[in-house]
Write a protein that binds this ligand. Structure first.
Ligand code: BG6
Length: 469
């Protein structure tokens, strides 16, 4: 036990969107893992808000199935039963402001004094919930965790931010980006800065390109309604991938504290160049069959795939491309950061450092070596370190949501997105998106189960690069 997840008995964790995919797959399993690891200390009540007609008993049984399926730690009925006792399902339409009186009543009955609200709903509902919470006594003193994307564009995000800060205290607003809770994302700084073999060559002089990939096998599943308003640029690029890009590209923060890190990340965001030639710097695609998915507009122009060629205009990176791609319904699930070094001499293969974020966590390093025997030929040594292959590591590594919810319980704000980061990334993404459409660039179709649109391979081939797989 790390003793860190103490919550007062009066503190209550309320999830809006309690019957959604995120709650099933991530939030309830995360609470289970936290509870299993900290069971003497995690004493919160959990209130689940949903529109569906469940009793608390029925919901707890449903949630048992999600825990069995998705929890990192082994399912034990007696552990789950203890957690389940703390879960109350409260049926309510959270878009109906009048319904919040009843919620207030429930909190009074339970003697709740401290709140943590989790908005696991599409951002267009955030304001409605805040208006409703004005009818809940003490809500304004609580913490709030906001799921990404924060807003739907820069203007919406800015007005949402104002509204949130007008109700909650700024220091109680936790804008979650769960990629910042992933073990290997946390490891990027150590790999970079604690190893002179990398830190001394971490620049455009030595590196040919950096490739950041977040590939998914799943499609939009049950989230068509949300996703069709969002798309790959807003759903993954503007937040998760830009967070990673900035950690890879930033200067070493002056101190280990997160404030310095944010400042360095901000400098990278501010140095991102808007591409002149959108058609040869950006590819958007949509998988075949997407328009037939539930709750998706049959004429939808939403992208389910995006690949970008970006430049960070500063001394370290000038002239070196960062390639970033993400997509759904692809041939594999893989998230990684591949650093491809320049070839030291004509004909020699490039060194490659690949930081593997998921599903396997580890580091792959490819370098040149003499072929064993009499020959002087050069071949590649391929060293593959798998951190998550160790059972002990798996058991000791919390999942992203577990880590971040725990941090919020403890009031640690370090690994949450800051408003200025969100604002600057929105500005960038809004601009390139508008440019892409204004210039009439195509939405490329791709077959499910493949690598995505052929145009994404061409995007690199044009510059004599290829995606590292
Ligand atoms: C979410 C996106 O933020 O991240 C989803 O909204 C995506 O569309 C998910 O599937 C991917 O998360 P992970 O942790 O499975 O890589």
């Amino acid at each position: 036990m790390n003793g860190g997840l103490r919550m007062s008995r009066k503190q209550t964790f309320t999830i809006f969107g309690g019957t959604g995919d995120l709650t099933f797959r991530k939030l309830i399993p995360a609470l289970y893992n936290m509870y299993a690891a900290e069971k003497d200390e995690l004493c919160a009540q959990v209130v689940i808000i949903g529109r569906r007609d469940y009793t608390s008993e029925a919901y707890r049984e449903l949630a048992r199935g999600w825990v069995e399926k998705f929890a990192r730690l082994h399912y034990k009925a007696e552990v789950y039963d203890e957690l389940a006792k703390r879960i109350t399902y409260y049926r309510m339409d959270f878009t109906d402001e009048n319904a919040y009186g009843g919620l207030d009543e429930l909190y009074r009955e339970r003697g709740v004094e401290e709140h943590i609200f989790y908005f696991a709903v599409a951002p267009r509902f955030f304001s409605t919930i805040v208006r409703g919470l004005k009818r809940v006594s003490g809500a304004e003193g609580g913490k709030v965790v906001l799921e990404k994307p924060f807003g739907e564009n820069l203007a919406a995000a800015a007005s949402l931010n104002q509204e949130m800060e007008a109700f909650f205290k700024a220091e109680n607003i936790y804008r979650i980006d769960h990629y910042l809770g992933k073990e290997m994302v946390r490891n990027i700084q150590t790999i970079r800065f604690a190893n002179p073999i990398f830190s001394n060559v971490w620049d455009a002089e030595h590196i040919a390109c950096v490739q950041i990939s977040a590939l998914e096998e799943v499609g939009v599943e049950t989230r068509g309604g949300y996703y069709d308003h969002s798309g790959a640029l807003k759903d993954m690029m503007q937040n998760h991938l830009f967070q990673i890009l900035t950690i890879v590209a930033m200067e070493q923060p002056g101190s280990p504290g997160v404030e310095d890190m944010h400042q360095e990340q901000m400098k990278v965001l501010a140095s991102l160049r808007i591409m002149d030639d959108t058609a040869s710097s950006m590819v958007l695609g949509q998988y075949e069959g997407y328009r037939g998915e539930a709750s998706v507009n049959p004429d939808s122009g939403t992208e389910t795939y995006a690949a970008l060629r970006l430049f960070v205009d500063n001394e370290r990176w000038r002239g070196m491309p960062f390639y970033i791609r993400t997509g759904k319904k692809l041939g594999k699930r893989e998230m990684q950061v591949a650093v491809v070094f320049k070839s030291p001499a004509p004909g020699l293969e490039q060194n490659i450092l690949n930081i593997k974020i998921q599903p396997t966590e580890g580091v792959y390093l490819q370098f040149n070596i003499k072929k064993p025997g009499e020959s002087d030929d050069i071949i590649q040594a391929k060293m593959d370190f798998c951190q998550s292959c160790s059972f002990i590591n798996q058991m000791n590594t919390p999942e992203a949501y577990e880590r971040l919810i725990g941090a919020c319980f403890r009031g640690e704000r370090s690994w949450f997105s800051q408003w200025d980061q969100i604002e600057t990334s929105w500005k960038y993404v809004d601009q390139i998106r508008e440019k892409y459409h204004a210039e009439g660039c195509a939405l490329h179709s791709y077959e499910p189960g493949t690598d995505g649109p052929a145009a994404a391979a061409d995007l690199l081939a044009r510059y004599e690069h290829e995606w590292f797989d």
